[in-house]
Write a protein that binds this ligand. Structure first.
Ligand SMILES: Cc1cc2nc3c(=O)[nH]c(=O)nc-3n(C[C@H](O)[C@H](O)[C@H](O)COP(=O)(O)OP(=O)(O)OC[C@H]3O[C@@H](n4cnc5c(N)ncnc54)[C@H](O)[C@@H]3O)c2cc1C
Ligand SMILES: NC(=O)c1ccc[n+]([C@@H]2O[C@H](COP(=O)([O-])OP(=O)(O)OC[C@H]3O[C@@H](n4cnc5c(N)ncnc54)[C@H](O)[C@@H]3O)[C@@H](O)[C@H]2O)c1
Length: 456
């Protein structure tokens, strides 16, 4: 069976599915190929952002404390219902368009313009003028003795469907590691995080990292740094994690172990050589600033191209490619300014731009406004919702008064950071932001006070 198509999208990620819809609505014939019926809509809605944040929310509002598997199971059921509804909606948003063919199967290149799809017993080949690779990333599993996903050893996907562990060891203190540590501790698990780095959250200023670690500590999470895992054993009763720290070999027993050591771009099985598509040294698909690969007409979007691994970056990748194909060709990844991020520990840490350490190491003339949330009088919202912990810090250019960066750790910070990022993009000064009218009671109004007090 053969088809002539304008655009083939491999993988149903955020960027690919959005571009597929845009191209179809602009009158192009589009085929989108997804390997698994459980993954229509991609990582974010099925196994990533949305399901984990639903669980985090339910963990946070859990009445009482202690170990409560029944409550966890109920939260998992609610999460599954939410993901199933979003998956169905995502599928029909494209399947319902006349000019889109949706195919469930595994795609690989035959040549730069020809794709083979293996769908069960069936094999089909499609030709297209343009091809989009949007295959995402999967958990990186280190080549260590006994470390493979199965039984009591989990990645972020399998742990979300395992019984609530009494004791959880998390290997890796990055995004997944800290979010899962916070979440499982709020569900009542005893959590120990092992990270081989010199300190946890090493990209963040020490005062900010200390606040996040304090919040983890409040729910009993123990973070052990300089800890390098050597091997993991398991039997019917427990897992045993062996690690080296300060020259000593130590071991911890756990009901479950989470491997959270980063995510690797999915390129295996795509037969990229057949299309002359090159990889970077770290195994991502090599792209230039308009996301073209080394094969003409082939683009790579999202986690697979080695950019920052966030859903909204994949979405913006789609804008860059849509502009290249349908628009003026002016957009590129180089024009992104002030891309924020949030780590959904409780309360969340939201960041944008430079940290104080980064600004100082660049020799910039800066002024710093920093205040702990309990000391901010004009910010009743965290007290209203019962969690007055946190810290707010702004890094501001001493001459121009423009905002260079911010770290917000408090309830609602995942929302407030988007306002700060917009202010940075528009060159709004800290004085203008300080004197803005904000609703009350909100978390945003803290900016009236924090930006009025430069401490150093
Ligand atoms: C636990 C967790 C929590 C996260 N939380 C957040 C968060 O809060 N905020 C945030 O912004 N980001 C978060 N992320 C990251 C975010 O999920 C990813 O950056 C984003 O989903 C990447 O999207 P993508 O467009 O690259 O592709 P994906 O959404 O990963 O989609 C790729 C698709 O391609 C399919 N595929 C792969 N190979 C083939 C093939 N050969 N043929 C056909 N189909 C194929 C896969 O099955 C998959 O469905 C989280 C990630 C994880 C794991
Ligand atoms: N809220 C969000 O936006 C969100 C949430 C989850 C995931 N994500 C995305 O998914 C990506 C993957 O997350 P992740 O947490 O798996 O990776 P990560 O890169 O954020 O963190 C990996 C951590 O593991 C540590 N490490 C690496 N090798 C080690 C070893 N052998 N022993 C001990 N520690 C080791 C690193 O020092 C690092 O702290 C993130 O980079 C992020 O882009 C985003």
């Amino acid at each position: 069976m053969e088809h002539e198509i304008d655009l083939i999208v491999i993988g149903w990620g955020k960027g690919g599915k959005t571009l597929a819809g845009t191209m179809a609505r602009a009158g192009h014939r589009v085929a989108i190929i997804e390997a698994s019926p459980d993954m229509y809509g991609g990582t974010c809605i099925n196994i990533g952002c949305v399901p984990t944040k639903a669980l985090i929310h339910d963990a946070d509002i859990r009445p009482g404390n202690g170990f409560d598997p029944g409550y966890f199971d109920e939260a998992v059921r609610r999460r599954d219902k939410l993901s199933a509804a979003m998956r169905a909606k995502n599928f029909f948003m494209l399947d319902g368009l006349d000019s889109v063919i949706t195919i469930t199967g595994r795609a690989s290149f035959v040549s730069p313009r020809r794709i083979r799809v293996v769908a069960g017993e069936e094999i089909l080949e499609l030709d297209a003028k343009r091809i989009i690779i949007n295959t995402g990333a999967v958990p990186a599993i280190p080549d260590l003795d006994g470390v493979q996903i199965g039984g009591r050893i989990h990645d972020s996907t399998t742990l979300q469907h395992a019984p609530l562990p009494g004791t959880l060891v998390v290997v890796g203190g990055g995004y997944v590691g800290t979010e899962f540590a916070s979440m499982f501790a709020h569900f009542g698990s005893k959590v120990i995080v092992l990270d081989r780095g010199p300190r946890a959250l090493k990209e963040e200023d020490e005062d900010i990292a200390a606040e996040v670690l304090g919040a983890l500590n409040d729910v009993g999470v123990e973070v052990r740094v300089g800890a390098s895992v050597q091997r993991i054993g398991q039997d019917a009763d427990s897992a045993m994690v062996h690690y080296e720290q300060d020259g000593h070999v130590r071991a911890i027993e756990a009901d479950a172990v989470l491997i959270a050591l980063g995510r690797t771009p999915v390129t295996d099985g795509l037969n990229l050589e057949a299309a002359g598509i090159e990889l970077t040294e770290s195994g991502a698909i090599k792209v230039e600033e308009r996301l073209s690969t080394s094969a003409e007409g082939v683009y790579a979007l999202g986690d697979v191209n080695g950019g920052p691994q966030f859903t909204y970056v994949s979405l913006d990748d789609n804008r860059v490619v849509a502009d290249a194909i349908l628009g003026s060709g002016q957009r590129s990844t180089a024009d992104r300014v002030a891309v924020p991020y949030t780590i959904f520990t409780t309360p969340p840490l939201a960041r944008v731009g430079l940290s104080e350490d980064q600004a100082r190491s660049r020799g910039l003339a800066i002024k710093i406004a920093v205040k702990k949330v309990p000391e901010i009088a004009a910010m009743p919202r965290p007290k209203i919702v019962g969690d007055p912990r946190g810290i707010i810090k702004f890094v501001v250019d001493a001459d121009s008064d423009r905002i260079l960066g911010a770290a917000l750790m408090h309830v609602d910070s995942q929302e407030v950071i988007n306002l700060v990022a917009l202010a940075m993009r528009q060159g709004v000064t800290s004085a203008t932001l300080r004197d803005s009218i904000f609703t009350h009671p909100s978390s945003t109004e803290a900016l009236n006070e924090v930006l009025g007090s430069f401490n150093r």
